[in-house]
Design a protein around this ligand. Structure first.
Ligand code: GAR
Length: 209
């Protein structure tokens, strides 16, 4: 049984999708904890309601990134994670923190990386006039919103789309894409070797397209 620790900063809808999939699909893994850097993150209540351990490491109370990341690491490691999952965790991480979880930390980003890293990705996509947009799951490396891509989900950009309508369509895909990628990891079918992503069974990949 693998331990997953999920980090959130807010709503937590991706965390919810992961919790539901882990339970309904019977993954060989358990969500050991949900940790937030914000005490008011709405997602914490969902996790508590499911009997999942929660913790808050309030980033506002730290004067520098290194101290916050060290405190966060200490909290995460209490749960002996095999995998750390960033699910709307809106913090830039230090190299030392990223190094600690190299090869076992995933992030989801609401764009087709390498397009539109950073914030306001849906606005960026609309401004750029791209025909397609989407979401990316990637291994976390020191550079923000970079790192080897595990999987992507695409949506068309429609005439009349606003940031809100586009975000909503992308989010529906995120809720399928992230459980798919995390499941691959906990079933030992996803790894990273010398910076290259390896997926050992392509059948599941085909099934979600
Ligand atoms: C999601 O759209 C996620 O992709 C994005 O924040 C949202 C969190 O929603 N993450 C990033 O922008 C990371 N760079 P959620 O809290 O409902 O899962």
């Amino acid at each position: 049984m693998k331990n997953i620790v999920i980090l959130i900063s807010g709503r937590g809808s991706n965390m919810e999708a992961l919790v539901r999939a882990a339970q309904s699909e019977g993954w060989p893994a358990r969500i050991a904890a949900v940790i937030s850097n914000r005490p008011d993150a709405p997602g914490l209540a969902f996790a508590q309601g499911r009997g999942i351990a929660t913790a808050v490491v309030p980033s506002k109370q730290f004067s520098n990134r290194a101290d916050f990341d060290a405190a966060l690491q200490q909290e995460i490691d209490r749960f002996a994670p095999d995998l750390v999952v960033l699910a709307g965790f809106m913090r830039v991480l230090t190299d030392a923190f990223v190094e600690q979880y190299a090869g076992r930390m995933l992030n989801i980003h609401p764009s087709l990386l390498p397009a539109f890293p950073g914030l306001a990705t849906h606005r960026q996509a609309l401004d750029a006039g791209v025909p397609e947009h989407g979401a990316t799951v990637h291994f976390v490396t020191a550079e923000l919103d970079h790192g080897p891509v595990v999987a992507q989900a695409r949506v068309g950009v429609l005439p009349g789309d606003t940031e809100a309508t586009l975000a909503a369509r992308v989010l529906v895909e995120e809720h399928k894409l992230y459980p798919y990628a995390v499941r691959l990891f906990v079933e030992d079918r996803l790894s990273i070797e010398h910076g290259e992503v390896r997926v050992s069974d392509a059948r599941v990949a085909d099934a979600i397209r």
